[in-house]
Each structure stands twice: as structure tokens, then as C-alpha cells.
Design a binder for this molecule. Structure first.
Ligand code: PLP
Length: 284
């Protein structure tokens, strides 16, 4: 696989980042994951805008322009022959060759790394036909979840807790309300109405969330953005999650309680279809 590091395309075995890099030592880094369908990028501009915001919130330098980023994404997709898959991008604050809590001087360049992941069954995903079984866990992450940082240890632990319980994923709960999934935004449907938590610093502002809410409104579906409890979600007719890498993923069980007949619900299935159709049309 060819990867990209700071201006160079290299075989993955030759790519190097300093052991003093703050991304490595302190998770002082932000990332984006963009999906590829038919060899084209889904919602690239949305990801570029969110990346710029994450960097600016952390006083990190923009490594290059959006046009250059698009060029790098396309070049990696081309070189690796990706038809369906993901492009992972990470920017770290870089390093001045030592470890210190204080940020390095302004002239230290950020580190920019990108690589692709080949995922031939991203759109025709067997997991989406089955639906996900989820557990709820406490949300003990920091208070700026709107910034897409690489501090992913707790979400990883959440996935392991789900796995240990024989499930697929976890939704996180704070002050009695669901925040989001370990790597996705969370929704339930009751009496035809889609409910999801409003945007704030408590959750990531999902690129897929924005697209799906727009498409739901265009399809005359009712949407309400408000806080909700895990009990409400357990009593729902159906539930689902959204993310760039799994699109719309139906949820069929929450904390051992089956939703509806235990198969993906009609609204989740329809939104998945609409989202995939629209994405194929608008990918660049
Ligand atoms: N919430 C969290 C915590 C995430 O990690 C992600 C994606 O990685 C999302 C939500 C969904 O965001 P997006 O639709 O931009 O992938």
C-alpha cells in the first residue's frame, strides 16, 4: 500500500514519523475518515471544513489547502486502486525533538499522514442487513467531543465492553442522556419521528448526521433534535447510527431489549438507501 507522509508518497513500510511527535506522545492530533464509493470521495468538502475547525479549535496549523488535500486523497485512491473503502487522514502538532507539555514554537510544522483502507463490502454490508446489537455505557470522555481528536482509548474500550457482552457496539450515556455511539451518532424512531441529540460540545458533529437529517427532511420524515434517555431508545420502534464509514447502520437491540421485530426498521433501511444513492451521485 502507498501512504502519504508530509509531502511524500511512500510504501507503508518506508513511512516514518518521529517518536517525539506529539501525536504519538500526547494524542495531540486530529483526524478525518472519508468514504470512497465507486472510486470517489463522499462529502469531501464537509470533512475538509470539519478538519479546519478541529485544527483551529486546538490552535494547530493547517497543513495545506483544501485543494491540495483533495489532490492527496485522489492520488492515494488512484495509486491503491480503491473502489470501495476509506481514506484516513491525521494531522498532529508535530515535534521539536523533545517531550514537553507546552506546545512547541509556532514554526514547528504539523505532521500530515494519510492512508487508504480497502473495504469491498462498505455499501453492501452484511452487518447492516442484520442490524447492530448495542449496550449502553457511561460516557467518561473529555468535554470537547466536537473536536475530532485521536483520543480514542475510551471508545476502543467501549467497543471491547460491547464485544465482551456479545454485542456490536456501545452508546454512551451522560447525566442520564445518550450522547453518541463509540464512533457514530445515535438515533431512535418512535411513531414515525426520528429523534437525535442536538449539536453541542458534547458530541461530534457528524458529517453523515448532517446529510442524513437533510435527506430525512427532504423525504418528509419528521425529525426532532433533543436530549433522550436510553430508556426511551429501548422502548423505540427502531434505532440506528450514522457515520462516514458505516453510513446508516440499523440498531436492533439495546441492552438486551429487542426493538420491534428484531430486524432493521423501515426508516433506517430507507435512509440507508437514500443516503447511498445520494452519495454515489454527489461523490467527487
Ligand atoms: N461520533 C463519534 C464519536 C465518531 O467517532 C464519529 C465518526 O468517527 C461520528 C460520531 C460520526 O461522524 P461522521 O458521520 O462524520 O463519520
Amino acid at each position: 500500500r502507498t501512504v502519504y507522509v508530509n509531502g511524500e508518497y511512500l510504501p507503508e513500510t518506508e513511512a516514518k514519523v518521529s517518536i517525539f511527535d506529539r501525536g504519538f506522545l500526547m494524542a495531540d492530533a486530529v483526524y478525518e475518515v472519508t468514504s470512497v464509493l465507486d472510486g470517489k470521495l463522499i462529502d469531501f468538502h464537509g470533512h475538509a471544513v470539519r478538519l479546519a475547525r478541529s485544527l483551529s479549535e486546538l490552535d494547530m496549523q493547517q497543513p495545506c489547502s483544501e485543494t491540495e488535500l483533495l489532490e492527496i486523497h485522489r492520488e492515494l485512491v488512484r495509486r491503491n486502486g480503491i473502489d470501495e473503502g476509506l481514506v484516513y487522514l491525521q494531522v498532529t502538532r508535530g515535534s521539536d525533538g523533545d517531550r514537553d507539555f507546552a506546545f512547541p514554537a509556532e514554526d514547528v510544522r504539523p505532521t500530515l499522514v494519510l492512508f487508504t483502507q480497502d473495504k469491498p463490502s462498505l455499501a453492501d454490508n452484511p452487518a447492516a442487513r442484520k442490524g447492530a446489537r448495542i449496550i449502553s455505557i457511561a460516557d467518561i470522555r473529555w468535554g470537547r467531543r466536537d473536536i475530532k481528536t485521536t483520543q480514542l482509548l475510551y471508545p476502543s474500550m467501549g467497543k471491547m465492553m460491547a464485544k465482551a457482552a456479545g454485542c456490536d457496539d456501545a452508546w454512551m450515556v451522560e447525566d442520564g442522556y445518550v450522547t453518541e455511539g463509540t464512533s457514530n451518532n445515535a438515533y431512535f424512531v418512535k411513531n414515525g419521528k426520528i429523534v437525535t441529540r442536538p449539536l453541542s460540545n458534547d458530541i461530534l458533529h457528524g458529517i453523515t448526521r448532517k446529510a442524513v437529517l437533510r435527506l430525512a427532511a427532504e423525504a418528509q420524515m419528521e425529525v426532532e433534535e433533543r436530549l433522550f434517555t436510553i430508556d426511551e431508545a429501548r422502548e423505540a420502534d427502531e434505532a440506528f447510527t450514522t457515520s462516514a464509514s458505516a453510513f446508516v447502520m440499523p440498531v436492533v437491540e439495546i441492552d438486551g431489549v429487542q426493538l420491534g421485530d428484531g430486524t432493521p426498521g423501515p426508516i433506517a433501511k430507507r435512509l440507508r438507501e437514500i443516503y447511498l444513492d445520494e452519495s454515489r451521485k454527489t461523490a467527487i
